[in-house]
Design a protein around this ligand. Structure first.
Ligand code: F6P
Length: 326
């Protein structure tokens, strides 16, 4: 790290929950970094690895055969040690010891907050949005979202077969932390009768029981209820449905299954483009930026601005989902 901020060596890390496509983003940072004349260093286990100095130089071959692999070969962690002023100071010291002039961090909001801590101590950073939840406000898309939705969709299609054979209700809990993007879009794509998301307060009688009884009167013989993890618990909801409607119900929690698997075209492509853009930012001396996808374009914005942004699911989108569930 030098005062003039001449970038020669770049660190790259993945932090927080892994997401399919993270390897493609690392690969893009490594290859475009080398293309622009930088040395690129992989930091293992996110900020925890930075704090510990778990750092190794990567070359074009180190990232061969990673594009199609799920997870992150650099590994990831939710670091508690880094989340203290002393932890940040030690990470900054490690950047100095390993001559890292800038760090590209791939992850969610927590990852960007960590990056901002580094930036405030003079380490130039670039953030790349990587999380299956699609809950990074400054970006319309986050790496891993498409693969996770496809995984959930395939699982729900299978659950539909058995729900249909037994004339049951299948209550499926999907990930998303405090956001309902996976739940809503997967519900539209699987033809679910009901979707519950944290962005909208729901009324069990009106939004679940009535919808299901209405469906039964119209001749439906099975029901798919999708619940975002931030909106309720599939086991509780299945029990309540069975008690209120008499329709036999089974809960399924898809859980970490949604975080794995080979990334889809969309995730490989988006991650690759975002990774290149991150290095271009450094090359153009545009420091402390977050790469984002907005209105069909890859852009970059100031990291503090990015962390202040907000986004949510509109009532219109929910209404459309309801029309399709009739
Ligand atoms: O942010 C990604 C995510 O998979 C969320 O959807 C979920 O709430 C959380 O991570 C689970 O975290 P962990 O893997 O630490 O249990």
């Amino acid at each position: 790290m030098s005062d003039e901020k001449v970038i020669r060596n770049i660190g790259v890390l993945t932090s927080g929950g892994d997401a399919p496509g993270m390897n493609a983003a690392i690969r893009a940072v490594v290859r475009s970094g080398i293309y622009y004349g930088y040395r690129v260093f992989g930091v293992r286990r996110g900020y925890h690895g930075l704090w510990r100095g778990d750092i190794e130089e990567l070359n074009g071959r180190s990232v061969s055969e990673t594009l199609q692999r799920g997870g992150t070969f650099l590994m990831t962690a939710r670091s508690k040690t880094f989340n203290t002023p002393e932890g940040v100071d030690k990470a900054v010291e490690m950047c100095r010891i390993f001559n890292l002039d800038a760090v590209v961090t791939i992850g969610g909001d927590g990852t960007f907050r960590g990056a901002l801590d580094l930036a405030r101590k003079g380490v130039p950073v670039i953030g790349i949005p990587g999380t299956i939840d699609n809950d990074i406000a400054c970006s319309d898309y986050t790496i891993g979202y498409d693969t996770a939705m496809n995984t959930a969709m395939e699982a729900i299609d299978k659950l539909r077969d058995t729900a249909s054979s037994h004339e049951r209700c299948s209550v499926i809990e999907v990930m998303g932390r405090h956001a309902g993007y996976i739940a809503l879009n997967v519900s539209i794509s699987t033809g679910a009768e009901v979707v519950l998301i944290p962005e909208r307060k729901s009324d069990f009688e009106r939004d679940v029981v009535k919808m299901m009884l209405q469906g039964r009167n119209q001749g439906k013989r099975h029901y798919i209820v999708i619940v975002a993890e931030g909106a309720g618990d599939a086991t509780d909801i299945a029990q309540k449905i069975e008690a209120a409607t008499g329709i036999e119900s089974r809960p399924t929690i898809l859980g970490h299954l949604q975080r794995g698997g080979s990334p889809t075209v969309r995730d490989r492509h988006m991650a690759s483009m975002m990774g290149v853009r991150a290095v271009e930012c450094l090359h153009e001396a545009r420091y402390n930026r977050v790469v984002a996808y907005k209105h069909g374009e890859i852009i970059d914005l100031d990291i503090e601005e990015a962390l202040k942004a907000s986004k949510t699911i509109s009532q219109e989108e929910l209404d459309r989902a309801k029309i399709l569930a009739l």
